[in-house]
Design a protein around this ligand. Sequence first.
Ligand SMILES: [Zn+2]
Length: 384
Amino acid sequence: MTIRLYDQDSMLRDFTATVTGCYEKKGQYVVTLDRTAFFPEGGGQGADHGTLGGVHVIDCHEHGGEVEHTTDAPLEVGAVVEGRVDAVRRLDMMQQHSGEHILSGLVCQLFGYDNVGFHIGSEAVTMDFNGPLTEEDVRRVERLANEVVWKNVPVETLLPGKEELEAMHYRSKKALEGTVRIVNIPGADTCACCGTHVRQTGSVGQIKVMGWQKYKGGVRVSILCGRRALEEETLLLEQAKNASVALSCRQQELGGAVERVIAERDELRFKAEQLGLRIFEMMAAQEAGSSVRMVVCDALAPGAVRKAAGKLGEGAKLALVLVPREDGYSFAMSSGAEDVRPATKALCAAFGGKGGGPRDMTQGVLAGGTPQQIRQKLMELAGS
Ligand SMILES: [Zn+2]
């Protein structure tokens, strides 16, 4: 059994240990020690990285009571080595993990929900609760959690005896046997946990809820704590700054400014469609006397092509609307009486296109052909 130095001191980064085992596995090495400060992945917290006797520790897992360090080079069994845990990564893990305790403890106190899933990903930190939370609930819990951070209360680790433990109220994901390690954050949380935590809640820095969504009958809450929160806020603020410059508004008014821009866009889009239809109608008027009608109109909005073809086809044998695009045309074909599907098929065959639809209206694209060529083909197909 490896002695776990991180159990007694979560701030220990440098230590000395004796190599008790080393074997190769898929081009990497699995190293065991008599004692270690490296935390193996578990309980939602990621594995520590760092160095051991000059080689890199790139992963760390628990297996049969031993802590197994994955290294990029072998170490000699029996050798005494210096270990160094990556302090930046560990502090990040401790900030996320301790923040999760505070938030989960408060949710449990206020709503009686359990944290049924916790994961520190490379970007997001998620926690799942088995009950719903409203936006108001989430913001209240977030505020209270940060108050616990500001109070800078100690994070206590307790190893209570059996009777003492039975009298305790604590959160626990599963029934535990043997000595149970209790992590207590006065005013916020009491929980059975073997992870690493900050010594004082102030070291969490801040707890920011980034989002939440319904999940398996409860809610999944995404949080960022400490350095991660700061970095994400800097990134978001940069985006907000760029957007506010582009929209000439204050960052605090971005929501309203974006809504106004979208409303303006929709109005312009509508006006453009109306104008396109008017231009089309003027062009269509010149075809009105013919039984075969064709209009090439680039002013038509994509959503208006069908409607335009329908109008053009009223009382016609064959009517074709073409909208030029970079690689040919998009088209709609209609007729006042005939099935336009055979003509559509023939047109597509002649000009490298594809399309289809019901008997009175087809739509598609053509790869080429000049308007004159297409009109001539249309006349042929109409038999006139
Ligand atoms: Zn914990």
